[in-house]
Design a protein. Sequence first.
Length: 146
Amino acid sequence: MIVDWIKRKNAAIKQAKKLKRQALTQEQEKAIDEFNSTYFADVKFPIVILSEDDYTAVSGLAEYYFDSDIQRYIGPSSELLDSVDSKYNVKPDFETGRWVPNEKTGTMNCEELKRRLAPLLYMPKHKKEIGAKKNIREVIDLLFET
C-alpha cells in the first residue's frame, strides 16, 4: 500500500515537471516569435555582428535572444550583417534589454567583409581560408568553424 502511494506520488511529480517544462517551452517560443516579428522580420540568419575590435557570429534568433554574452559585446557602433548582404545599425530596446536592428543602412559585399574581418582574425590560416570564400554566406559559415 505504501509502495503504491510512493509510485503514484512520483508519477504525479514527474507529470507536474513535464507540464511545467512544456509551459516554459511554449512561453519561450512565443517570446521569440514576438521578438522576430517586431525586430527581425527582414533579417536572414545566420548573421555576423561587427564591432570596431571584435565580431560575433550568430546562427539563429533563439541563440541571439537567449545568449547574454552576445548582448554584452554589442554596442552603439556595432553593425549587424545578415546572410543576404544586408547591413543594419543597432539600437537598444529597453523593454527586452537587448540590442535590436534599427534600420537597414545598405549592403556589404564579400570583399568589404573580408577586409573588415582580416584584422580581427588571429591565425594566418583563418585569414587565408576566408580570403578564398566567394560570398558572404560562405564567410559566415566559416566563422562558425573558427
